[in-house]
Ligand binder design. Structure first.
Ligand SMILES: [Zn+2]
Length: 299
């Protein structure tokens, strides 16, 4: 009886894990810095401490091997760049500039707040792009042409093969935030482990991109109280889940069938980046909203 019970629980856990993986496979999302206030993103300074070829000096090259499917060692996408002059203009919705952001009030405390939706009445939604394994040249071109804010939650083991790729996205306006070193599921892990994953990833991103992240997304959206405490102790201001996911050009809603004010949309750096990004923009447009920068709403 007990064995059956345990097996049933394991089966349920496996199903939940599979569903979650579908939601947060691989890449972090970034946000361009066209802030109404202009400049939540410090100019990134230094050259990368690694060669453009990408021999990353990171601490634990093999640490990710056992963690999760999306933590596999990554290689830089070698797909040819889009033909010069490729224009996405006819597929890109036009947006008004976002309103000047009303920042949320963060609760005092020793843990960060966890948001799936920013509590705002302003007609905005937030695009976040996670992980970073797949580094397609057209993603940069598309983000440039769209000219909308995006936030990238980048995982160190996914991006260390080619940090400069994301520097180019940052230069196009994306804001880079933390998503752990190895992408292991943090839920249930010790404070020491969780703190290391969060702090070390923020430190590394700060070194590479000239701005230490202040926002955090736990891999798979899986977290516990320790996660929110560790994130706070690592200098994060808030942590994020999502209300919509986008994959293969399809937007999936946690509830309802439209993007709502303040919704955080999750997508990844995947092979169909162009379709996913445009689907997210079209969903935001259809809801009468405009993309805004997550960082502008978090003090
Ligand atoms: Zn992820």
């Amino acid at each position: 009886m007990l064995i059956l019970h345990v097996r049933a629980r394991r089966a349920v856990a496996a199903l939940i894990a599979a569903a979650t993986l579908a939601g947060c496979g691989a890449s972090p999302s970034g946000s361009p810095k066209w802030t109404a206030a202009g400049g939540s993103q410090p100019a990134s300074s230094s050259a990368f401490p690694v060669s453009p070829a990408g021999a990353a000096p990171s601490g634990s090259p093999s640490a990710s091997a056992s963690s999760s499917p999306s933590a596999k060692p990554t290689k830089t996408q070698t797909a040819a760049a889009p033909p010069a002059g490729t224009s996405y203009a006819d597929r890109l919705p036009k947006f008004d500039r976002p309103p000047r952001a009303d920042k949320v009030e963060l609760p005092e405390g020793a843990s960060v707040q966890y948001y799936a939706r920013i509590p705002t009445e302003q007609p905005v939604a937030f695009i976040t792009i996670d992980d970073g394994q797949i580094k397609r040249p057209e993603a940069l071109e598309l983000i440039k042409q769209a000219g909308v804010p995006v936030t990238l939650f980048l995982m160190i083991d996914a991006i260390k093969s080619d940090p400069p790729y994301f520097k180019r996205l940052q230069d196009a306006g994306a804001v880079i935030e933390a998503h752990t070193v190895t992408h292991q599921n943090l839920k249930g892990k010790s404070y020491t482990v969780q703190r290391r994953e969060i702090c070390d990833s923020a430190d590394k991103l700060g070194q590479w991109y000239g701005r230490r992240p202040v926002l955090f997304r736990p891999p798979y959206g899986e977290k516990d109280d320790t996660t929110l405490k560790a994130a706070h102790d690592c200098g994060m201001h808030a942590a994020f889940f999502w209300k919509e996911t986008v994959d293969k050009g399809i937007v999936r809603y946690q509830s309802g069938n439209t993007v709502q004010r303040g919704d955080i949309i999750l997508m990844h750096f995947r092979d169909r980046f162009v379709d996913d990004f445009i689907a997210a923009l079209q969903a935001i447009k259809a809801a009468g909203l405009t993309p805004a920068l997550l960082e502008d709403y978090i003090p």
